[in-house]
Design a protein around this ligand. Structure first.
Ligand code: UT7
Length: 329
């Protein structure tokens, strides 16, 4: 009789990349002041926790950032690019309308033939992409996946709108996710509620050789804030229950890095002290789909998050989308 061996997925390496240009709040405030837009380091720090962000040079694309992060993840996993058999990139700022950023990453890394596609769930995108890769590995459709979040949000910011342009930055984070006899990813849960498409969007498109609508980011910050704090607790409880674990089992919470106040509120609801929460928003700003893998890589490379630790990843963003992945590193 044929017995089926359980098949899981596990992160074997992480990598991240930030474009070199770093702007502090004061740098950005000075730039905005030249256009008569008033803001301050004090307001940005108090309301968001952000102190600086990185912006890519004009000729650098999401797939360029993704490739740099991927190379570091491959090296950390001691993995040859040729052995990758699945590439998923999460981005809301792709290089082109099509083809996907994942195909561009595939070409730039010289990987041939494997499936490569983008996932688009904005700031929840990395947990969406990780959950999809996990499912494909568990079913045997892939053995070794590159899962990447990469963004150049600086391209879609309205620098006349101080309520949004001070919040976002550019960057990329990547993981190698491999088939494993031991878990790995313990549980994942994804959600969306399309009734809220308007509260965070870029309401433009390309048609007839022109941009139709507005190609810059619009956000009702307080509405997003309110929804985010509610769903993040629920989805955390959801994955913990699925994995038959409790709050006490979480070694590290790595939430989407949008606002320190949202992270503090989630940690409080999960009864986690802030020293168990990985925070990079002060240095990266909100890098949308890149924020979770960026924070994960920073935490791994600093030695804070170690192999065997139980980590809760949580994302929330445009769509409205949200989700979580619980994993043993
Ligand atoms: O990544 C996807 C998920 N995104 C998020 O999670 C973002 C969620 N939202 C937020 O993080 C917060 O709502 C913001 C950081 C966007 C805004 O913080 P807030 O505490 O909700 O501020 P607010 O929008 O209620 O604005 C308070 C005041 C307003 O002035 P009045 O009306 O009180 O006179 C704003 O005009 O702050 C003013 N303001 C600013 N002042 C200086 C808004 N932006 C700025 C600014 N500098 N950059």
């Amino acid at each position: 009789m044929k017995t089926s061996i359980p098949r899981y997925s596990r992160i074997s390496g992480t990598g991240s990349f930030l474009p070199p240009k770093r702007l502090t709040n004061d740098d950005l405030a000075a730039q905005l002041a030249a256009d008569g837009i008033e803001t301050s380091d004090q307001w940005i720090v108090e309301r968001t926790g952000i102190r600086a962000r990185h912006f890519a040079a004009p000729d650098v694309t999401s797939s360029d950032l993704a490739v740099e992060a991927a190379k570091l993840a491959l090296a950390a996993a001691d993995c040859d690019a040729a052995s990758i058999d699945l590439i998923i990139v999460e981005t809301s700022t792709p290089d082109m309308v099509f083809p996907s950023a994942a195909c561009m990453v595939q070409q730039k890394l010289g990987i041939k033939g494997c499936p490569a596609f983008d996932v688009q769930a904005v700031c929840s995108g990395f947990v969406y992409a990780l959950a999809v890769a996990d499912s494909m590995i568990k079913t045997g459709a892939a053995n070794k996946a590159l899962v990447i979040g990469a963004e150049v949000f600086s391209r879609i910011l309205d620098f006349k709108d101080r309520t949004t342009c001070v919040l976002f930055g550019d960057g990329a984070g990547a993981v190698v996710l491999e088939a494993s006899a031991t878990p790995g990813i313990l549980a994942s849960e994804l959600h969306a509620d399309g009734r809220h498409v308007d509260i965070l969007c870029v309401p433009g498109t390309v048609a007839g050789g022109k941009v139709l609508g507005d190609p810059l980011l619009k956000m009702d910050g307080p509405a997003v804030f309110k929804l985010a704090v509610g769903v993040l607790e629920d989805v955390a409880r959801g994955v913990l229950a699925k994995a038959e674990r409790t709050d006490a089992d979480i070694d590290w919470l790595i939430p989407h890095q949008a606002n320190i106040r949202i992270m503090q509120s989630t940690a409080k609801k999960l009864k986690l002290p802030m020293d168990k929460v990985i925070v990079t928003v002060h240095e990266h700003g909100n890098t949308s789909a890149a924020s979770i893998p960026l924070a994960l890589d920073v935490a791994v490379r600093s030695g804070k998050v170690k192999q065997g630790d139980t980590v809760l990843l949580e994302g929330v963003g445009g769509g409205f989308t949200w989700g979580a992945v619980l994993l043993d590193l």
